[in-house]
Design a protein around this ligand. Structure first.
Ligand code: F0G
Length: 434
């Protein structure tokens, strides 16, 4: 059997080259389903280890190194890649101590070509768009998907179209979408409204939708898990911790881990912990009801990347949590910004949404869910330069309701050595680091 599209709810199948975003029978979300029995016979850990360090496309990409697990039906020359992935997995003992665990690794997806994990999905999505003969691709976005789509559309010679919420899009992300030449449309509506509009647009015009409801995006994002586990020499960690917005990433992680175990690449499943912002927490609320009751919320958070009240991938995220005995936690903006400041001060840096990961780990340890001796892999999803305004405002104590616990204020000196030395001998010594 070749790869097919399959409804996660009623199991109805569709050919891989059909332009379709939801099941025609029941409206369920679609998966790209691969022939795992055939893959079991053809891929091993050694298949992927042998490609490490290669200079040859597409296997030099940290996504396409795992091509058989993502799109086995593609010819190598059909793949549109920057290349992406190959991101660092940082061992961070000081942050581990702060969070209360012995071993913490942070996988920095901000080290992708456009500065977020979205590139891993976008290479899959844009490749599929070209396979289908599309010339226009579109998304709604809180900023990173649009930056990524804009870049990959330009790279592949397609028109990129991005619908952006009218306010609160971070400067770094906005500037990328403009610079890469996408058609940028500010819409008077939030992310959830824009997503509805882009769905409508793709249904009426010849425009391919590249939000994470598109299953080919999620196939690419699975590679984050493949790569993290390979970096740990194929030892599964105890926990994977990831911020949740539209829940595409967490959904793809669940599928990746489940497939890896089916294929014998790992011998046990790590547990997934999805961290939401308290002001954008529909999954967390549903989790408290054991998923009996799901209600969209009006989203508000300083982590604008995850300011999403009605995540489209909710059913897939619930499935991922069920597969992995996962948990959901929420954190306040104060906790997020404090954790971000600590990650930044390690010299690693991340955008606010990624602060949720570390804040969530600390909270889960304090709550007795993560044990101190367990191995944790946390996801940093976006680069520190994505949202410079928020970073500066935090350190200047200029964000209402946020108290900077780890501020690094800018000093002002006269243009004289004496004035500068006075600062270095005085206040500057009191900056707190871990
Ligand atoms: N972190 C960052 C930096 C993001 O940009 C996003 C999502 C998430 C976390 C959440 O991931 O949606 O898969 O649960 N950003 C999307 C966007 C929605 O439009 O850029 P998710």
């Amino acid at each position: 059997m070749d790869s097919i599209l399959q409804c996660m709810r009623c199991r109805k199948t569709y050919p891989i080259d059909q332009v379709i975003y939801a099941c025609e029978s029941c409206g369920g979300l679609l998966d790209v389903a691969h022939d795992l029995d055939a893959l079991k016979r053809t891929v091993t850990r050694a298949t992927f280890d042998s490609r490490l360090g290669t200079l040859d496309a597409p296997y030099n990409s940290g996504v396409w190194r795992y091509k058989e697990l993502i799109a086995p039906y593609l010819r190598d020359d059909q793949i549109i890649s920057r290349p992406e992935g190959n991101t660092n997995l940082y061992n961070v003992p000081k942050l581990a101590k702060w969070a209360g665990v012995e071993r913490l690794y942070l996988k920095h997806e901000g080290e992708n070509p456009t500065g977020s994990f979205k590139d891993r999905g976008m290479t899959g999505g844009v490749t599929q768009a070209r396979l289908l003969g599309m010339t226009r691709v579109a998304c709604a976005s809180t900023g990173n998907t649009s930056a990524s789509l804009a870049a990959y559309a330009a790279w592949s010679g397609m028109q990129g179209i991005v619908l952006m919420q009218n306010k609160q899009i971070a400067q770094g992300k906005l500037s990328q979408s403009i610079a890469y030449g996408a058609t940028c449309i500010r819409v008077d509506g939030d992310f959830d409204k824009n997503l509805e509009l882009v769905k409508e647009l793709s249904a009426t015009a010849d425009i391919y939708m590249l939000n994470s409801i598109n299953p080919f995006r999620l196939e690419g994002q699975k590679s984050i898990m493949f790569e993290a586990v390979q970096q740990l020499r194929w030892n599964a960690p105890d926990w994977i911790v990831v911020p949740g917005g539209n829940l595409g990433n967490s959904s793809s992680f669940g599928k990746a881990l489940w497939e890896m175990r089916e294929l014998g690449l790992i011998d046990r499943l790590p547990r997934l912990a999805i961290i939401q912002a308290e002001g954008a927490n529909p999954l967390y609320r549903a989790y408290l009801t054991e998923f009996e009751d799901y209600q969209p919320v009006h989203a508000e958070t300083i982590a604008t990347a995850i300011k999403i009240g009605n995540p489209v991938n909710y059913p897939k995220a619930v499935r991922a949590l069920e597969w992995t005995s996962g948990v959901v936690e929420q954190v306040t903006d104060q906790q997020t910004m404090e954790a971000k400041a600590l990650i930044d001060a390690q010299g690693i840096g991340c955008e606010p949404a990624s602060g949720c990961t570390l804040a969530g780990i600390k909270k889960l340890v304090e709550g007795g869910i993560i044990a101190p001796n367990e191995t944790v892999v946390g996801l940093l999803t976006g680069h520190v330069l994505k949202d410079p305004d928020v970073t500066i405002a935090y350190h200047e104590d200029a964000i209402p309701d946020i108290h900077p616990v780890h501020p690094n204020r800018i000093f002002t000196a006269d243009a004289s050595i004496g004035s500068i030395v006075a600062i270095l001998n005085g206040d500057a010594n009191s900056v707190t680091h871990l």
